[in-house]
Design a binder for this molecule. Structure first.
Ligand code: MGD
Ligand code: MGD
Ligand code: SF4
Ligand code: MO
Length: 701
């Protein structure tokens, strides 16, 4: 892949000999920041900055991407294909270097042999969002569909949140995040933007500075975002449905419901009002633990503020009842009619606004709908032969993995580890680093980073599509996902026009079919702003359902198969892993600031800023258990137990434990990570991992 950029290209600026290239952050983060990357020479980058001309990024990015040189030029980057000759999980010494041809031939032979023996469903191309680039992330699906390999239901992240948002609104879009600057009240609900999408804070603090806007954070612990808020409501995890209902009870009771709006734009408002009669602040207090006065005060503030902006995150949806939690919160602006006002309404994600046609990228024209679908989050049960997942089909005997590190991030880690340890399972991992997943592989392939390949990106948190070109040459023999997929396709005899196209041609094809300028023009312009009109983003031309209304009584059966028993209205849906005598605490494994999932766990700066995995516990619990800061505590449930060091903190309830994630297993005292305790049970109604829904016990260790 020769670099075809030079200083005269419009995607590039020349600043004092150092060339500055436009790019976009590929990481799995709603901010998808517009970047300016310094190139010191064709092999080396310098600083990475946020593009100040981009009105969402506004020149601000997180510290870990600012120092991306540390990751790209890390001495542990994989630079050669490797074959495992030693034990699984034994590190670099267990591997020998081989050529790309040899590696690709071995993979193709193994996939063919597996499919010949068991049928193509025995092969699972397994992927997630290590890069969010549409070509490099999703191209694996073209190989899957062309070969009839098992399909994947990707449930790690947004399945529950999507289900809940779509139930009420019917479309995955919302108010432009930049409009926060016009709001008088910003409610950051179930997300921690200081850590997970810094730009939300840029726009929220603008509103505070310019308009004296109030910021409310709703989170079970005092995150860095909560510390910056005017009000922090601290619910028990998994009880936001109750909070939302009590707030709506007060809104109706105190005359803050906009009856004309309800009549014109919603369905089921009258039934909702009657239903909420029993959902009082006192009722919610018992479930959420939030004092009645705080619920009343928040409801009054929300009801009295027309320009109220809900920024709804993922965190509060990572529970069995997560879809109902999201749905319940999304009902608030439909009750007050906040959607009608500048700076009012809600945003969960804008990912439905782009309309990029990925038929060729993903091979959607050759999907065989009779091929089974496997739930990504259930990789542990699946690899250990759970018939509920495998159905009548064959066991998985070959895994081809790109862009994900399931040996750390997946739920039910004990089963994941058992599955990866199987000797009859062929594993290929295409990676930038020798992750714990890669260490279990038979063949490891070195992958480029976003700075070494071309791709395009859309964002949930804003409204820009961005095309980015490689900035530097590939490190060592690292190759992009697209190249690996096409080389495998050739060896496997997979037939699809997409396999003979370059990344750039795939982008051109998708963009032009979708009404965008071509890739070159998008790249030269840096970004294409697809923001909806005020009326559309505020659903004033109708919500996404056929009747154009917001639904207070959702049809969950349209969203997923497991809808039986789901509540008819917003509610507290009591299917969470509740506390009991044996498990008196609830565990939340929220993301840490200096890692991004497990990406950056390899960089020394992030490691030194994070230190080690810790359990945040209320000081009263520490006192009762005679635990001091730095002592070890054992956290457990029926799945096993994990030992971590203690950090006493005031900012949580006595019955909550926080272990920020996601760390490599090796970072834990006994070499197994916190996801050992997390269930692979699917959230309702359409699946979704339940990372923050775990009842546990604690023991001094
Ligand atoms: N630094 C950093 N940034 C990241 C990531 C990372 O790992 N590190 N991960 C990226 C990814 S993949 C994603 S999906 C996003 C996720 O970003 P967010 O939308 O912020 O979601 P989470 O990080 O899962 O959780 C956010 C907060 O939800 C809280 N929470 C947990 N349970 C509940 C509950 O029941 N009710 C309420 N009200 N709050 C609850 C947690 O305590 C946590 O503080 O961030 C992305 N950005
Ligand atoms: N306990 C707990 N567990 C969680 C969560 C939590 O909050 N708590 N969050 C969950 C969520 S929201 C998510 S999204 C998942 C995310 O989990 P993953 O998707 O597994 O994310 P990462 O751990 O960052 O792993 C991505 C890997 O992709 C690699 N990669 C990046 N770019 C490329 C590329 O171009 N090509 C190839 N071949 N590889 C590349 C990176 O090196 C990295 O190792 O984790 C989930 N797990
Ligand atoms: S805030 Fe998110 S999108 Fe922006 S640079 Fe950091 S990881 Fe990337
Ligand atoms: Mo995620």
């Amino acid at each position: 892949m020769p670099l075809d950029q030079n200083c005269t290209d419009t995607g590039v600026d020349n600043v004092n000999d150092v060339q500055v290239f436009h790019s976009a952050c590929p990481h799995d983060c709603p901010s998808t920041c517009a970047l300016e990357v310094e190139r010191l020479n064709p092999q080396t980058i310098g600083r990475v900055r946020g593009a100040s001309a981009n009105t969402y990024t506004a020149g601000v990015i997180c510290a870990k991407v600012g120092r991306y040189a540390e990751r790209v030029h890390h001495p542990d980057r994989l630079t050669k294909p490797l074959r495992r000759v030693g034990e699984k999980g034994a590190g670099r010494d267990a591997f020998e270097e081989i050529s790309w041809d040899e590696a690709l031939d071995i993979i193709a032979d193994n996939l063919k042999r597996a499919a010949d023996q068991h049928g193509p469903e025995t092969v699972w191309p397994y992927y997630y969002a290590g890069t969010m680039g549409l070509v490099q992330r999703d191209g694996i699906n073209r190989l899957r569909h062309a070969m009839g390999y098992s399909r994947q239901h990707s449930t790690f992240c947004n399945t529950l949140a999507d289900a809940g948002w779509l139930a009420g609104t019917g479309r995955k879009s919302g108010v432009d995040a930049r409009e926060m600057a016009e709001s008088d009240l910003i409610v950051i609900w179930g997300c921690n933007p200081v850590s997970t999408q810094i730009n939300v804070m840029t726009h929220a603090t603008r509103a505070r500075k310019n308009r004296g806007a109030k910021i409310v954070v709703i989170d079970p612990y005092e995150t860095e975002s909560a510390k910056q808020a005017d009000v922090h409501l601290m619910p028990n995890p998994g009880t936001d449905g109750a909070l939302a209902c009590a707030v709506m009870h007060v809104l109706f009771r105190d005359g803050h419901a906009d009856r004309a709006y309800l009549e014109k734009y919603t369905a089921g408002g009258a039934e909702l009002e009657a239903y909420l009669a029993t959902r009082t602040p006192e009722w919610a207090n018992v479930l959420t633990g939030i004092p009645v006065t705080e619920i009343e005060r928040f409801a009054a503030l929300y009801g009295q503020t027309q320009r109220s902006f809900l920024r709804l995150g993922f965190g509060f949806t990572r529970s069995r009842n997560g879809a109902v939690q999201m749905f319940s919160a999304s009902c608030l602006p439909a009750v007050t009619g906040a959607w009608q006002y500048l700076g009012g309404g809600a945003l969960y994600s804008n990912s439905d606004i782009y309309g990029v046609d990925k038929t060729v990228i993903e091979g959607l024209d050759v999907v065989d709908s009779s091929v089974r679908v496997l739930d990504q989050s259930r990789i542990g049960p699946i690899l250990t032969g759970d018939r509920r997942d495998l159905g009548a089909g064959p066991p998985i005997t070959a895994l081809f993995i790109q862009n994900t590190n399931p040996m750390n991030v997946a739920p039910d880690l004990g089963k994941v580890r058992d599955g990866f340890s199987r000797n009859d399972l062929f594993i290929c991992v295409h990676e930038q680093f020798l992750t714990e997943t890669a260490q279990m592989a038979d063949i490891v392939l070195p992958a480029t980073t976003f700075l070494e390949h071309d791709d395009m990106y859309v964002a949930g948190g804003h409204t820009h599509l961005q095309v980015a070109r490689a900035v530097i040459d590939p490190v060592g023999e690292a190759r992009p996902n697209h190249w690996v997929i096409t080389e495998l396709a050739r060896r496997l005899g997979a037939d699809h026009p997409g396999f003979s196209m370059s990344e750039w041609e795939l982008m051109d094809d998708a963009l032009q079919r979708s009404g965008y300028p071509d890739a070159q023009s998008c790249w030269e312009g840096h970004w294409e702003d697809r923001a909806l009109s005020f009326e559309d983003s505020h659903f004033l031309n109708g919500f996404g359902h056929e009747d154009g209304r917001f639904h207070f009584m959702p049809d969950w059966s349209k969203i997923g198969e497991n809808y039986e028993g789901m509540p008819a209205f917003p509610d507290h849906f009591d299917v969470i892993d509740g506390r009991d005598g044996e498990h008196p605490f609830r565990l939340v494994t929220a993301p840490s600031r200096d890692y991004l999932n497990t990406s950056f766990t390899e960089t020394v700066t992030s490691q030194s800023r994070e230190g080690r995995p810790e359990a945040q516990l209320h000081p009263d619990i520490c006192r009762d258990m005679r635990l001091a800061a730095g002592d070890q505590v054992r956290i457990g449930n029926a799945k096993g137990s994990v030992v971590v060091h203690v950090r006493p903190t005031q900012g949580l309830r006595r019955n909550t434990v926080i272990v920020e994630s996601v760390w490599p297993n090796q970072a834990f005292v006994e070499g197994i990570g916190i996801n050992l305790l997390i269930s692979a049970e699917a959230g309702l109604p359409n699946g979704g991992a339940v990372f923050h829904d775990t009842a546990v016990w604690l023991k001094s260790s």
